[in-house]
Write a protein that binds this ligand. Structure first.
Ligand code: MTE
Ligand code: MO
Length: 220
């Protein structure tokens, strides 16, 4: 799929690790990138970007869509053109995998979670968000409050380039403040629910919440 790809100005890549100071002022700065030590406990920095998922890269249907449904007043689905027509945000964020690598200074671009949920009209009983992937009914769960952080988005660009299929393109979720397994690749659904529903990795023994700064890795 040929998602729109504006040119990254590349400026923020000058620092190592990349810092937010050189960014254009329309970029949302993920708060954890402002920490003095940006590497959570027992993580190590990688400059590469490993590929990790449960069952490999799925075939994405021609009629790709992203649905927002569940406890919302106005459920809707966006096709590719409609997704690209939504207001866009840029987010500068670090990315921490529970297998102990951290990738610092990523520039994500896409549509913010806040915008999508405002459009849908979240009902008062909704307390959790279930993200659905195109890979065999894969899901992950997170509290609504985490999903509504200003640096959470459905991203189609990484460092100015379309997200590769192996990394979850055409569109993946990005939840910078939680371990990477919450950042659903190949996202196709955002479901609002009242009762929590542990997802694929959570049922496999990962922590239900996954805060890297609290080392919420397993159990819990
Ligand atoms: N749909 C889907 N999203 C997923 C996964 C998955 O199996 N399916 N794995 C998660 C895990 S365990 C990690 S560590 C990150 C890895 O993202 P990356 O492959 O782009 O590094 O994606 C997360 N998102
Ligand atoms: Mo992971």
């Amino acid at each position: 799929m040929d998602f729109y790809s504006p040119k990254n100005d590349g400026k923020y890549q000058q620092g190592d690790p990349p810092v937010s100071e050189a960014l254009a002022n329309d970029v949302i700065i993920s708060p954890d990138t402002l920490r003095e030590n940006r590497i959570p406990p027992n993580q190590a920095r990688t400059r590469k970007w490993p590929v990790l998922d449960a069952s490999g890269t799925p075939e994405i249907p021609q009629d790709w869509q992203l649905r927002v449904f569940g406890l919302v007043d106005h459920p809707f689905a966006l096709n590719r053109e409609q997704f690209l027509a939504e207001p866009r945000v840029k987010v500068f964020a670090d990315f921490h995998c529970v297998t102990q690598w951290s990738r610092l200074g990523n520039l994500w671009e896409g549509v913010s979670s806040n915008h999508l949920l405002e459009r849908a009209g979240v009902q008062a009983e909704a307390r959790y968000v279930i993200l659905h992937g195109y890979d065999n009914g894969w899901t992950t769960n997170l509290p609504l409050e985490d999903f509504l952080q200003a640096d959470v988005l459905m991203a189609d660009l990484h460092d100015g380039q379309p997200i590769e299929p192996d990394h979850g393109g055409p569109v993946r979720a990005m939840i910078p403040q939680l371990y990477a397994w919450k950042s659903a690749k190949w996202v196709c659904g955002i479901e609002l629910v009242q009762e929590d529903q542990p997802g694929y990795w959570e049922r496999a023994g990962y922590h239900n919440h996954g805060d890297p700064w609290q080392e919420e890795r397993w159990g819990g």
